[in-house]
Design a protein around this ligand. Structure first.
Ligand SMILES: Cc1ncc(COP(=O)(O)O)c(C=O)c1O
Length: 483
């Protein structure tokens, strides 16, 4: 038997998944019963007293009292003191099973000692930053090229957002075209041109406060999986000077919350070839989480450019980069003086030795331990357990996964879109609030999820951890309102 190389043991049947999601969206919401929700909210006041004090103080100095978009702020954000493997501990000493995993970078589990030891070694010899070349830059670039041969050359940057900015700039410089097409609802970081059609497909500039029109005038979106609409945009753009690139999250918007049919990426590749646009894979989430070959290896589709983040440093700071065809990436040549051909990118701390060494050893460890596949197996166990709970209690909720990326839709808010603006206007708030409540209910039961609807599993999630989590999930899911 050949060894499993990718985290996805069975690709979700997207027709069935969408049928179940549409069914969920047709129904009234089923939040946690009010008296039960009060018990969960009381948990925060009683058990998280120090978090509350810290948060009240933080509100005076930090807007909203919290800095991370993925941090829960309902009823208030808890403060974390310790992270190890599958668990987090808050400042009041409460332990949680951690399915946020910092938003995805830690496939080995939190604070994995063999990588931490290498980072400490680097700190002791070189410190975190030098501003000159360090051998680990080369080692990391070579390693990425071994895992993803499409990445002929690589530039390390500070974040996924920066990687996307660079990819777009490089694509425009190379093709000499302007238009960038993204999928509605997809998240590609927060640069001016990408805060467009964010989270909710069809909403264009809805979130673009503070961003001038000119910054998004060359950004376009199409509804998820609507290849006909993509083709129409590509045809139309020919009249406007052409499309520089199509950028996709290869498993679908919001880390596969709206999953793509298996063949989607291949078809986008074909369209890009037909219209002379570059294909950018945003592998910030999938890069190495889906397997060492990334989504491009899993789907067998070769992008022109790949954006990295998260796993590229194994959870250590300054996680970002862009790689791909040498003739495009060569535009990013650094150093003093320009060639006139250069697409400008930079960053004082970009490609620092600490981030490069952390990434290099994290990726090697992931390969050695087969961490993406182990994390994927944990995701499978979690998903099938959740599905069993949903079936047992006759709930309309939907669980599915792409390996270690697990989706649990209870409110369906993530699936609303502008196809039905009245439904969106009527239901966005109550469905979003239900999702917030579910997140708080899980947390009061010792489970940390991403915004109450997504979970990242890691290699540290043994069967025992997953079974403990399922017990806790059952408590919450069994306490929702009857129809
Ligand atoms: C698919 C995708 N692209 C880009 C980004 C932005 O990366 P960063 O937060 O490192 O700027 C994210 C962040 O979650 C992401 O999920």
């Amino acid at each position: 038997m050949t060894e499993q190389k990718y985290a996805v043991s069975e690709y979700p049947d997207t027709v069935k998944v969408y049928a179940r999601l549409n069914n969920l969206l047709k129904q009234p919401i089923r939040p946690v019963r009010r008296e039960r929700m009060q018990v969960y909210l009381d948990y925060f006041d009683i058990q998280c007293a120090r978090s509350k004090v810290l948060n009240n103080e933080a509100r005076k100095f930090i807007p909203g009292g919290v800095q991370h978009n993925l941090a829960f702020n309902y009823p208030f954000p808890i403060a974390i003191e310790k992270a190890d493997g599958a668990y987090l501990w808050d400042v009041d000493g409460n332990r949680y099973i951690d399915f946020l995993q910092a938003g995805g970078p830690t496939v080995l589990g939190s604070n994995y000692a063999p990588v931490r030891d290498r980072v400490i070694e680097m700190l002791q010899t070189c410190g975190p930053v030098i501003g000159l070349f360090h051998e680990y830059e080369l080692k990391l670039a070579q390693l990425i090229n071994r895992f993803m041969p499409s990445v002929e050359m690589f530039r390390m940057l500070g974040s996924g957002t920066e990687g996307v900015m660079a990819a777009i700039r490089g694509a425009r410089a190379f093709t000499k075209k302007k238009k960038i097409i993204k999928v509605g609802g997809a998240y590609h970081g927060w640069s001016d041109s990408m805060v467009y059609g964010l989270h909710v497909p069809g909403t264009g500039r809805m979130e673009a406060r503070g961003i001038p029109f000119g910054a998004t005038v060359n950004t376009q979106e199409f509804f998820p999986n609507a290849l006909g609409a993509l083709r129409a945009k590509l045809i139309f753009n020919r009249l406007l000077g052409g499309t520089a690139a199509v950028i996709v999250e290869p498993i679908g918007p919001e880390s596969g919350t709206r999953p793509v049919p298996f063949d989607f990426n291949r078809q986008v590749r074909e369209l890009c070839d037909e219209f002379g646009a570059l294909l950018i894979f945003d592998e910030v989430v999938t890069g190495f989480r889906l397997g060492m070959g990334g989504a491009q290896g899993y789907f067998g589709v070769k992008p022109d450019l790949t954006v990295f983040g998260k796993c590229i440093t194994g959870g250590y700071p300054m996680a970002g980069g862009v790689g791909g065809r040498a003739e495009v990436i060569l535009r990013f040549a650094a150093g003093i003086g320009g060639t006139g051909e250069r697409a400008y990118i930079g960053g004082t701390l970009s490609a620092n030795p600490l981030s490069c060494a952390a990434g290099y050893y994290a990726l090697l460890e992931m390969e050695r331990t087969n961490a993406p596949v182990l994390a994927g197996k944990a995701g499978d166990r979690l998903t099938s357990g959740l599905q069993a709970i949903i079936d047992k209690h006759g709930l309309p909720f939907v669980a599915f996964n792409q390996g270690s990326i697990v989706h649990l839709e209870t409110s369906g808010v993530m699936l609303l879109d502008l196809h039905n603006p009245f439904k969106l206007a009527r239901e966005l708030k109550p469905r979003r609030h239900m999702m917030e409540e579910m997140g708080a209910a899980y947390m009061a039961n010792g489970l940390i999820t991403l915004a109450g609807s997504r979970m990242y599993t890691s290699m540290a999630d043994t069967d025992a951890v997953i079974d403990e989590a399922l017990n806790k999930f059952e408590g919450v899911l069994a306490s929702v309102e009857d129809q």
